[in-house]
Design a protein. Structure first.
Length: 687
């Protein structure tokens, strides 16, 4: 017994002397880890620039959704602490002009309402009791009022008279009468009668005052005038607003008499108005509409005294995503995508611009899409969401040519996981030799001397981009032993106007060649088993997946997620039919049936021999379930091995709930694992 005790003491001493031996051994990223992910969003500087307030997002496993709370951190990365807590959604923090109070929206009262948080004592007070959810909250410059937008229901009686039900009778619900062009929207379902309007409410609470009305939607960001006597907003208030969906303008509503004045006038979208800190200039985004599939948003500034407008020269041949004035009113910070990365630059009005960050993003947890939040301080510092392939959005600070990471929200998980290593790959298209950029994610403990199955993952949009950003789905595929290739074929954004519009009225097309050339480029590296090729993608990527298997039988299996299969039926059932018919095609389906059919994967379904799974949310109104069902039935009629996965309650954003993202990935991996070659199956059994 004494010997055993002595041995135990020696073992304990060894562990103390060698901490690495006591540490938990890293494991692969797993489904359970999806519920452990956290990310930062919506940063706001304190008035002195020494503190940053932001939203810390995490997962509520029991409710299967995201929770969000407000946090504070010093600009030096210290004093990191919560301002709110609990299983609620606290979001859209906006600091009052005096810097003493944060207005935010919270669900903690049972429905989204406007709350105030006093920073000196932590008191939290609900100041609104609204019937619908508020959005776009914005303090007046004197801090006495808060503007916001909110949906206002309207009740229209049926145009027919029906007899009343006898007392106690259980009749069916009355019919719905729909006469709007856009009558349902993805993520919202069938739209209620009514419109979004602009309101103001005193900071002490009370009755909100409605400033806009009519049959127009006013759901834009808001900007207060210098003297707090008017609010600027974006809306499409033209008589043909249901026909020309993109033609919005900047307007000014007077608080005293409710008069609305149109500020901009051009055909195309003008949006996101922001008043300069000195109140003399109005900046906004937009473009002259040319009816192209992809059009770049540029930054413009109006001098409010003279009314003169001019375009600001920003990153050449790149679309501006968002912007923010710096405190001196002489500079503007803006974000844009460039070759698969999201950058932030500071532009001196009338002068040069300087890139201050090239790794912004991380707000899309499922796949490596772009998107970032950032804020500016009066000293010219930039707080932004920073990402890389191994981490979702963290908070970082860019100032004086240096970038400093402020948060490590996932350090309780990521150091204990074998995360996929991601490397950039560049190659030539087999169609016309154009340069194509992509990324390869390697399985944990990758050995280039071995052979691995290859999974081609295709982005949607199609006018969007992938990049070196975190993606839980890519990490899960890699953890399952696949090498993943994701690329930006022609039509992708962040490479300029001409590259994106190569697929204008021509999608899908030679993007197929770009993708297949990428597959060949990875195979040429020598570590891919050419008999183990798999392909998947969602939305536009699902469309391209269906297109690919109609062109080649190289892939052992495919998963087509939320696709367009038949362009004729798609434009007649999707939520924004007027947009798709005007911008993605040269005419209506009855005018140009050959164009719609030539570009439809359904046209080539007779060529498909690849075992194919289809996967779509049952409440998807962007690429409706009927598209999936058409392809599924066609494959079955042609005796092709096929399966259909329907995600209950899911819209086009399948990954909106953690369990649905997991279900999507698990279904894809099941299908691919079932169709690996016998040699691969034998290897798995032996392991």
């Amino acid at each position: 017994m004494q010997i055993m005790n002595r041995l135990l003491k020696i073992a304990a001493a060894i562990l103390i002397a060698s901490p690495a031996l006591a540490e938990e051994q890293p494991t692969n990223f797993s489904y359970e880890d999806v519920f452990n992910l956290e990310y930062a969003s919506d940063p706001q500087f304190s008035n002195d620039g020494k503190s940053i307030y932001y939203v810390r997002n995490s997962m509520n496993k029991m409710a299967d959704n995201k929770r969000a709370n407000l946090w504070r951190i010093s600009a030096d990365g210290k004093d990191h602490r919560p301002l709110t807590s609990g299983d609620y959604s606290d979001y859209s923090p906006r600091l009052s002009p005096d810097g003493k109070t944060i207005a935010f929206i919270s669900s903690r009262s049972g429905s989204p309402q406007i709350h105030l948080l006093w920073l000196d004592n932590g008191q939290n007070l609900q100041i609104s009791h609204l019937p619908k959810s508020p959005s776009n909250i914005q303090w007046s410059r004197d801090g006495k009022q808060i503007a916001f937008t909110m949906f206002v229901p309207e009740s229209k009686p049926l145009p027919v008279e029906l007899p009343g039900a006898p007392e106690g009778a259980e009749w069916a619900k009355p019919p719905q009468f729909i006469d709007r062009s856009i009558y349902r929207a993805d993520g919202m379902g069938y739209l209620k009668q009514g419109h979004t309007q602009v309101f103001v409410i005193p900071r002490e609470g009370g009755t909100p005052r409605q400033l806009t009305s009519g049959e127009f939607d006013h759901g834009s960001s808001l900007a207060w005038s210098k003297n707090n006597d008017a609010i600027y907003f974006s809306a499409n208030r033209h008589p043909d607003h249901e026909i020309e969906l993109m033609n919005s303008e900047i307007y000014r509503v007077n608080l005293k008499d409710g008069n609305i004045e149109q500020i901009t006038e051009r055909f195309g979208p003008d949006h996101h108005p922001q008043i300069s800190p000195d109140g003399k200039k109005l900046a906004y985004l937009g473009f002259e509409d040319q009816r192209l599939g992809y059009q770049q948003h540029s930054l413009r500034i109006i001098d409010l005294d003279s009314g003169k407008s001019r375009k600001v020269q920003t990153a050449k041949d790149r679309s501006i995503s968002s912007f923010d004035w710096l405190g001196d009113s002489k500079r503007i910070a803006y974000s844009y995508d460039d070759q698969g990365s999201t950058k932030i630059a500071i532009k001196k009005i009338g002068g040069s611009d300087t890139v201050v960050a090239s790794d912004a993003g991380g707000l899309s947890l499922g796949r490596p899409y772009s998107g970032t939040h950032f804020a500016t301080s009066k000293r010219g510092a930039i707080a932004y969401t920073q990402t890389n392939p191994q981490h979702p959005a963290e908070l970082a600070l860019a100032h004086n040519g240096k970038v400093k990471a402020l948060t490590s929200l996932n350090n309780d998980v990521m150091p204990l996981r074998n995360m996929a290593r991601v490397e950039e790959i560049n190659y030539k298209s087999s169609f016309d030799g154009r340069d194509i950029q992509g990324w390869v994610a390697y399985p944990p403990n990758f050995d280039p001397k071995k052979k691995y199955p290859l999974l081609l993952e295709i982005h949607g949009g199609p006018f969007s981009n992938y990049g070196p950003r975190f993606a839980a789905e890519v990490q899960l595929f890699a953890a399952a032993g696949y090498v993943i290739l994701y690329t930006n074929p022609r039509g992708s954004t962040s490479y300029g106007h001409e590259f994106a519009n190569l697929i204008h009225h021509n999608y899908p097309s030679q993007d197929y060649d770009d993708l297949m050339a990428g597959v060949d480029a990875v195979i040429d590296q020598g570590y891919i088993d050419e008999g183990q090729l798999f392909v998947t993608g969602g939305s536009g990527g699902g469309t391209l997946t269906a297109w690919i298997i109609g062109k080649t039988d190289r892939f052992r299996a495919a998963v087509v997620a939320k696709p367009v299969i038949n362009w004729e039926s798609f434009v007649l059932t999707a939520d924004y039919s007027r947009f798709f018919t005007k911008y993605w095609f040269s005419g209506m389906p009855w005018e140009k049936p050959e164009e719609y059919r030539r570009r439809s994967p359904l046209t080539y379904v007779g060529n498909v021999t690849t075992p194919t799974m289809l996967l779509t949310g049952e409440e998807d109104y962007r690429t409706p379930m009927s598209e999936t069902e058409q392809f599924y039935q066609a494959l079955k009629l042609n005796d092709v091995e096929a399966a259909m996965v329907r995600i209950p309650g899911a819209s086009h954003s399948i990954a909106a709930r953690p369990s649905q993202m997991i279900a999507k990935v698990a279904s894809i991996l099941y299908w691919f694992d079932q169709h690996k070659s016998d040699r691969e199956a034998e290897d798995l059994v032996s392991k």
